[in-house]
Design a protein around this ligand. Structure first.
Ligand code: GTP
Ligand code: ZN
Length: 344
C-alpha cells in the first residue's frame, strides 16, 4: 500500500470514529430528553463537579458526600472540576440516586486555565478560592521564582498564599528564607510555614485551608505530594496512576479532582498534575506589571503614557525604587520576567 493511500484510510477511520461518537452523543441526548419528559429524573438540585471524564461527570449533591455519575446535555459544554451545577437524578427501586443529568452550569467565581496542545487556553478548574504556592528550604527558591508564581496567580484573580514547607530543615536562626518571606508578608501576602516531618507541622496549613477550595502549585520537589498525602490520608490520590498516564501523554493528565478534607471544616483541594505545573504563561508586559501588587498604585503615573519603566525620565516606578518604596530586587525581578516574555 502506498503511503498516500494509508493516510487517506487513516483519515477515513478517524472521521468514522468521530461520526460514530457524535451519533452516540446525539442518541444519548435524545434518550435523556425522553427520560426528562417522561419524568424519570427527579427535581433539579444543586451540586458541584468533583471530577470529569469527557461527557461524563461526577457530581456531588450539595449537603451530601457520595457523588453521582452524571452526563451532560448536548447544549452544555466546557464544564470543569469545581463547577457548580444544576442537575437531576434518577433513583433506583430502593430510592438511591444511581445516575443523573446536568442541566445547567452556575456562574464561576474564578477559573484556572491552561493552554492545550494548540496553545489555546482551556479552563481546567473553577471556583478556586486560593492558590497555595509551595516553596521549600530545599530546593531553595530564588526570589524571581516566587515573583513569577505571584504574577501568574495575580493574573488569574485567585488569591495567592505562600507556603514555606520543610521548615524542619531551617537553621535555628530562621535563615534567609524567613527574611525573604517576611518581605512578601509586608506586601500583604499570607505566608504559612509547614512541615510533613512532624505532627504539628500542618496545623497552620489546616487553619488556612478551612472553608475554602485550594490548589497547590510549586516547583518540583518542594513537597506538594507529601503535603497532600498528609492532608488526605485516606485518599490514595491516584498520583501514581495519573503520572503513569502523563508518561503516555493521554489527555487524562489534565483531569482535575476535587477532594474534601476529612475533618469536615469545609476545606477542599483541587489537584491534578497539570494544575501543579501552573506557571507564567500568556501574559503581556502590562499584566506582569500589574502582577506586582505594590506597582499598581504607581502605574499610570509615569510622565509618558507608554512608559516601559526602563530609563524614561519621570518614571513613577523608577522613582519609587529610588526612594526605597519599591524593593530593588522586586523591580529587578519584574525586569527579568518582562525580558523573558520578549524572548519567547
Ligand atoms: N525534610 C523534609 N522533607 C520533606 C518534607 N516534605 C516533603 N519532603 C521530601 O521532599 C521530597 C519531595 O517531596 P514531594 O512531595 O515528592 O514533592 P513534590 O512537590 O510533590 O514534587 P513533584 O511531584 O516533583 O512536583 C520527598 O523526598 C519528600 O519526602 C518536609 O516537610 N521536610
Ligand atoms: Zn514608568
Amino acid at each position: 500500500m502506498t503511503k498516500r493511500k494509508l493516510s487517506r484510510q487513516q483519515r477515513w477511520r478517524v472521521e468514522k470514529v468521530q461520526a460514530e461518537r457524535a451519533a452516540r452523543a446525539a442518541r444519548k441526548d435524545s434518550q435523556d430528553s425522553e427520560k426528562l419528559a417522561a419524568g424519570e429524573y427527579g427535581p433539579e438540585r444543586p451540586g458541584r463537579v468533583i471530577a470529569h471524564f469527557g461527557r461524563t461527570l461526577d457530581v456531588r449533591p450539595d449537603g451530601a458526600e457520595t457523588p453521582v455519575r452524571c452526563h451532560l446535555r448536548a447544549n452544555l459544554e466546557g464544564l470543569v472540576t469545581g463547577d457548580r451545577v444544576i442537575w437531576r437524578g434518577r433513583e433506583d427501586a430502593m430510592g438511591a440516586l444511581v445516575e443523573g443529568v446536568v442541566v445547567a452550569r452556575g456562574d464561576r467565581d474564578s477559573v484556572l486555565e491552561r493552554p492545550d496542545a494548540r496553545g489555546q487556553l482551556k479552563p481546567v478548574a473553577a471556583n478556586i478560592d486560593q492558590l497555595l504556592i509551595v516553596f521549600a528550604v530545599e530546593p531553595a527558591p530564588h526570589a524571581n521564582l516566587i515573583d513569577r508564581y505571584l504574577v501568574a496567580a495575580e493574573a488569574t484573580g485567585i488569591a495567592p498564599v505562600l507556603v514555606l514547607n520543610k521548615i524542619d530543615l531551617l537553621p535555628d536562626a530562621g535563615g534567609e528564607l524567613r527574611d525573604l518571606l517576611g518581605r512578601y508578608e509586608a506586601l500583604g501576602y499570607p505566608v504559612v510555614a509547614s512541615t510533613t516531618a512532624g505532627e504539628a507541622g500542618l496545623d497552620a496549613l489546616h487553619a488556612r485551608l478551612a472553608g475554602r477550595t485550594s490548589v497547590f502549585v510549586g516547583q518540583s520537589g518542594v513537597g506538594k505530594s507529601s503535603l497532600i498525602d498528609r492532608l488526605l490520608p485516606d485518599e490514595e490520590l491516584r498520583i501514581g496512576e495519573l503520572s503513569k498516564d502523563s508518561r503516555k501523554g493521554t489527555h487524562t493528565t489534565t483531569t482535575a479532582k476535587l477532594y474534601a478534607l476529612p475533618n469536615a471544616d469545609g476545606a477542599e483541594l483541587i489537584d491534578s498534575p497539570g494544575i501543579r505545573e501552573f506557571g507564567l504563561i500568556h501574559l503581556d508586559e502590562q499584566q506582569v506589571a500589574e502582577g506586582f501588587i505594590e506597582f499598581r498604585e504607581l502605574l499610570g503615573h509615569c510622565r509618558f503614557r507608554d512608559c516601559r519603566h526602563r530609563q524614561e525620565p519621570g518614571c513613577a516606578l523608577l522613582e519609587a525604587v529610588e526612594r526605597g518604596e519599591v524593593h530593588a530586587e522586586r523591580f529587578a525581578s519584574y525586569r527579568r520576567i518582562v525580558d523573558t516574555l520578549c524572548e519567547s
